[in-house]
Write a protein that binds this ligand. Structure first.
Ligand code: ADP
Ligand code: SF4
Length: 690
């Protein structure tokens, strides 16, 4: 099937200074957790996106000097000529598919605490970023740059640009965003200087202008020079000669860069979670830029719908459709649109597990795309699969994320697959969770997989089919996969920070009870030591149904782990807005039907909180009764011709959806195959610096 002519505009080439992007699909710079120590992993990860049709593929932040050292967070470097080869692997992989390669040269300024290089951080005026989160806190304050430091910075940028050119990049960035050094010069909160680089907006823009000029001098006509800039704060400040300082900055620099890459200022608004922000949420900030420059403009907004992309171009908001998360969730998004297969796009769900991988300091992981980061080390291509090696037929019991992903991948390999679920609808935990506030978009995990399964003749779908061991023994399949998920328990939390006991008294519930339709009588206490989204989302939901909801957690914040996914500040805001009162660093120790007893996790000091019910969001345990019943029947299995029984997903080890999907995918990839790694003892090939 050919491309829908409605989308033709997306496939027009776009001139960017001396180079031309083959189409409007632009993978903007984004963190991948892949440092120079993982050059092959990184090259393949980026190269697959070029193969999937992205016309421009960029790096993440690449440090230009040891004074921009973000450790222990992962970052790439181009500090000297020895760094060039690692990047050249990526440009080769991108060029192989006719795409342009871009590099985001970066200096973190006061945001990077130089924990490894031990250099004093640089800043316009010695103003630190005093983060509220431990992961970003530090004790070393930045020093104010003098004139010699500014000259050094310009030299580092120029040297970085020359090396980038040698590594084969086509687009070289000046990065003035997200709190990093050039951005700090733009903002009066950071920049208190009284020299030519501070004060008026013309002076505050001077450093960015000079960075653009030295980059241009370094690359001549070989590469385009891009400016990436955050405009959110500037748009909020009124300008002297224009509606805002953002307008003034764009006017002052209008035709100097070859490309404007425009974005928000902080990770939670820039990489906004779908739970709190819709597709296209940047538009209200970046919509004016094209009116002030003739140069092409790229921006993001978690775009996955080709109609929305066309609208961005036709309405004059953007020239190039930027994608970070959509390109991770589906590296082949452009190609699918080009081939008239847009319904096959595996749309990003906006869960931000990808960004959590960066916070964790590991290569990118994605809920929707289990092959992200695995392209090289496990040889998993997102669209190509090893063909079936036998006529085996596989029965999958449980149609949650793990079972569905396992079924899709086995089916794509050509195996005969049957998937059964006790519930009338497939989806597992997502049947309930997508009904919680803001989580509807996560239903794409189920929708995409069911869409794929329904199209394939080698798949049988059996919803509404609760299977027991006898059913399975009689089913005639050669392999059985157990994907029966996990259940929430009523366990409490001990002083040793372990789950302990089960609070089996009336009026105590778990998320499974809420999923089954129980509405607890108020006032309700939600006790959360799971710390991901469930506790906060349940409290927000209950506040709509009943008066008086209190959220209690052993952690220091509500839904504490959602810091990793950029959701934490928004969770707090949502709970406060919903009227939920928040008690942190407390554990529930008892419930007598009229009140819970809380104990401070450090001092043990107790207090009572009146309530009618308690919802515990804590420990999950695998639902593995069926597995145990089957493996206990060795002889029957052999007689039934069942060669293997394997648990995947939450029924093996309860985790987030990303873990379940990866587990299901891995089973299907490795079924009937010998895992091909250099060291047979390892499940994947290890990468080494070049
Ligand atoms: P995961 O995240 O590992 O995919 P889920 O909890 O989301 O796990 O999904 C597990 C699914 O398994 C649920 O939809 C549940 O209805 C189904 N299930 C559990 N036990 C059985 C069974 N005996 N027969 C059929 N389906 C089952
Ligand atoms: Fe999108 Fe979630 Fe994948 Fe990130 S991890 S790309 S937010 S689906």
């Amino acid at each position: 099937m050919g491309r829908n002519p409605r989308f033709d505009v997306l496939f027009e080439p776009v001139r960017i200074g001396p180079v031309t992007a083959p189409n409007r699909f632009y993978q903007v710079p984004h963190a991948s957790g892949m440092t120079n120590a993982l050059p092959q992993v990184r090259a393949r990860f980026r190269g697959v996106k070029a193969e999937g049709g992205w016309g421009v593929v960029c790096t993440g932040a690449v440090s230009i000097h040891p004074s921009s050292d973000d450790s222990p967070l992962p970052f790439a470097s181009l500090w000297d000529d020895k760094d060039i080869r690692a990047h050249a692997l990526m440009t080769d992989a991108v060029h192989e598919h006719g795409a342009l390669a871009g590099i985001e040269l970066w200096h973190g300024g006061a945001c990077t605490l130089n924990r490894t290089s031990r250099l004093a951080p640089l800043s316009p005026s010695g103003m630190p970023w005093l983060s509220t989160h431990l992961g970003f806190m530090g004790n070393l304050r930045p020093r104010a740059m003098d004139a010699a430091d500014i000259r050094d910075l310009l030299n580092w940028q120029a040297a970085g640009a020359r090396r980038a050119m040698q590594a084969g990049f086509d687009i070289v960035y000046v990065y003035a965003g997200m709190g990093y050094l050039p951005y700090e010069f733009l903002l009066p909160e950071y920049n208190h200087r009284t020299d030519a680089y501070g004060g008026s907006i013309e002076n505050r823009v001077r450093l960015v202008r000079e960075l653009l000029e030295v980059t241009r001098d370094a690359v001549g006509n070989r590469c385009a020079v891009a400016l990436r800039i955050s405009l959110e704060e500037l748009r909020g400040k009124s300008g002297v000669d224009a509606p805002s300082e953002a307008h003034e900055v764009v006017q002052l620099l209008a035709e100097i860069p070859d490309l404007w890459d425009v974005k928000m200022d902080s990770s939670p608004t820039d990489c906004a979670p779908s739970r709190f922000s819709p597709e296209g949420s940047h538009e209200r900030i970046v919509n004016f830029v094209k009116q002030l420059t003739k140069k092409p403009v790229v921006g993001v907004g978690r775009f996955t719908s080709p109609d929305v992309m066309v609208s961005q171009v036709k309405r004059g908001i953007l020239d190039l459709i930027g994608g970070a998360r959509p390109s991770i969730a589906d590296p082949f998004l452009p190609r699918k649109i080009n081939e008239g297969r847009e319904h096959e796009i595996r749309e990003c769900i906006g869960c931000n597990i990808c960004i959590s991988s960066w916070h964790d300091g590991v290569p990118v992981r994605c809920t929707q795309n289990p092959t992200a980061g695995e392209e090289w080390r496990r040889g998993w291509h997102p669209e190509r699969f090893e063909a079936a090696k036998s006529g085996s037929s596989i029965l999958i019991v449980g149609g949650g994320p793990a079972g569905l992903e396992c079924a899709v991948t086995l089916a794509r390999r050509g195996y005969r697959v049957t998937i059964a679920d006790a519930a009338k609808e497939f989806g597992g935990r997502l049947r309930f969770e997508t009904r919680l506030p803001g989580l509807a978009t996560w239903g794409r995990v189920v929708d995409w997989r069911l869409g794929q399964l329904r199209e394939r003749p080698n798949v049988n779908l059996y919803p509404g089919s609760e299977l027991n061991a006898d059913d399975i023994l009689a089913s005639g399949h050669s392999h059985v996969v157990i994907a029966t998920g996990a259940r929430w328990t009523k366990m409490l939390f001990s002083t040793l920070e372990f789950p302990v006991g089960e609070l089996e008294v009336p009026g105590v519930y778990t998320p499974d009870d809420l999923a089954a339709g129980i509405v607890p009588s108020g006032p309700v206490v939600v006790f959360d030591f799971d710390n991901y989204y469930m506790g906060g989302a349940v409290a927000e939901q209950l506040a709509k149904q009943t008066a008086g909801v209190t959220y209690v957690t052993t952690a220091g914040n509500a839904s504490a782990w959602t810091f990793m996914t950029n959701e934490l500040p928004l969770v707090h805001r949502a709970l406060v807005k919903a009227g939920v009162s928040i008690h942190t660093l407390q554990r529930v120790t008892a419930f007598d039907g009229a009140a819970v007893t809380l104990a401070d996790v450090y001092s043990g000091a107790e207090k009572r909180l009146a309530c009618g019910s308690l919802v515990i969001v804590g420990m999950r345990k695998p639902r593995h009764d069926l597995y145990r019943a089957l493996v206990a029947r060795d002889a029957d299995l052999e007689a039934a011709g069942i060669a293997s029984i394997t648990r995947i997903g939450d029924s093996l080890a309860p985790g987030a959806i990303v873990h379940a999907v990866h587990s299901g995918h891995r089973y299907a990839r490795e079924f009937d195959t010998v895992v091909d790694s250099i060291d047979a003892e390892l499940p994947y090939t290890r990468d080494f610096p070049v």
